[in-house]
Design a protein around this ligand. Sequence first.
Ligand code: HEC
Ligand code: HEC
Ligand code: HEC
Length: 443
Amino acid sequence: MAGPRASSGFRRPRFWRRLVPAAALWLLGFSVGVHAAPAYPEETVRRGQYLAVAGDCTGCHTNPRGGAPFAGGYGIVSPLGTIWSSNITPSRAAGIGAYTESQFTQALREGIRADGTHLYPAMPYPAYTGLSDEDVHALFAYFQQAVAPVDTRPPKTRLPFPFNLRVSMVVWNALFLRNTRFEADPSKSAAWNRGAYVVTALEHCGDCHTPRNLLMAEKSGRAFAGGPVKPWYAPNITPDPISGIGGWSHQEIVQYLKTGAVSPKSQAAGGMAEAVSDSLQYLHPEDVDAIVTYLETIPPIRADTDTRAAFDFGGPADFETSVRGVDTGQGSLAGGAALYSGNCASCHQPAGTGTKDQTFPVLFHNTVTGASQADNLISTILHGVDRDADGHRVFMPRFGEESYIQPLTDEQISTISNYVLQTFGNPNVLVSTKDVATARKGH
Ligand code: HEC
Ligand code: HEC
Ligand code: HEC
């Protein structure tokens, strides 16, 4: 998840990549007498480009490890196996160059490919189904006209029986796909309606933040109540002040979405870092504002076991006394203090206060250490933080096996986690070595 990321998808394609398909199309046009593809107005194409960013098509359709824009081949790990994203460049051989606009519309809104086979909902068509005709048209214009065709095919998705039968998705769609467009609520403000559209149809926030049922569909009545995005956890973002983000100011949520960090509350890693890096930071300020206006009005959901907001735990550590003269064996609190001292304190400071400018953030009053589940703490240690925003790269090294600093064992990571939770965060949460082993496997 947190490997080196390609920044947003508008890198200049190499000259030959454009030349060869262009020449091929020109020849084809001549030989069978078809007309050149219709030219869409520049304004429509530009709108489509913005929508592709807001819908985060890049995030899934561009392989972050140096893949060409929209050429697919990004593996989405699901409990059923890896689902590979398609090439959606206008290549006729490997992408969607042969799609008509109505076929493209059907893929986006109903999850049906040009050849009639069904897509898995790893492609967020249950959200895109709400997109307006005008927006789908602009997206089509952008992909056909402004994206460079790439002729490489991504790996084939192979799921176990019966999920390998794409026709099984017919049943899933009958149960869970609404297949209706977004409808504005005239009793609400224009900003609220825009926010509702961006959150539910375009940005598909619920894809991660709404818990899923056994069939991997979003649970009704639990919208935005938080759910696992293994090995991470997308927290509750309803306006409940204890379990959700009701205790954040409007401006704090805006800042988090634009930059991925609000001090002292929260930093974005994992899938949220990708959402900020690839999509949210590029949104028009009025769209971000609209998102927050909408989120502030959705039904608040509280977990019975929560008693305090996640950012309301902990305080600075009295570090010297916690390590002096006590057993520093692995698994003990003092052992955790020693490991914290060796691996974390150089950046987050011995007392956990972070640095003055918060480049290295404070670890108390932090939603990751105060959460009622430790997934994001464990995953941050295993996978680090890697995010682009405002032209800056925010980076915390990983301590998993690919670490070039210090690969830590499951036991060391659980020991550090428990020290961090006891000292800076929610002391009711305990991390076992098994929890770390599971997170390391990623699902
Ligand atoms: C969360 C990940 C994700 C996002 C975001 C996403 N896609 Fe997809 N998309 C996929 C996956 C995975 C597949 C292949 C699914 C399968 O094989 O069943 C796919 C398939 C498709 C296809 C079918 C192509 C074919 O013939 O196989 C189209 C068209 C498409 N996506 C367009 C888009 C557009 C346009 C956007 C942005 C508005 C977008 N996708 C955003 C994951 C994503
Ligand atoms: C790909 C999955 C994914 C998508 C899409 C996504 N999020 Fe997140 N979100 C996460 C994860 C994971 C975290 C936890 C990140 C961390 O703490 O490092 C998170 C954290 C957050 C937080 C901070 C919550 C806290 O308690 O610290 C907010 C606010 C948020 N997301 C809002 C949104 C909104 C609004 C959208 C849509 C515009 C969105 N997210 C889309 C996965 C996602
Ligand atoms: C080289 C400096 C560095 C080291 C060493 C380091 N961190 Fe971090 N840490 C960071 C940075 C940078 C961030 C992200 C700041 C931001 O997003 O604005 C971060 C973020 C975090 C977060 C919040 C992540 C989230 O998802 O919200 C936690 C928790 C954390 N670090 C814990 C640790 C622990 C525990 C260790 C030791 C195992 C450690 N860090 C080692 C630099 C470091």
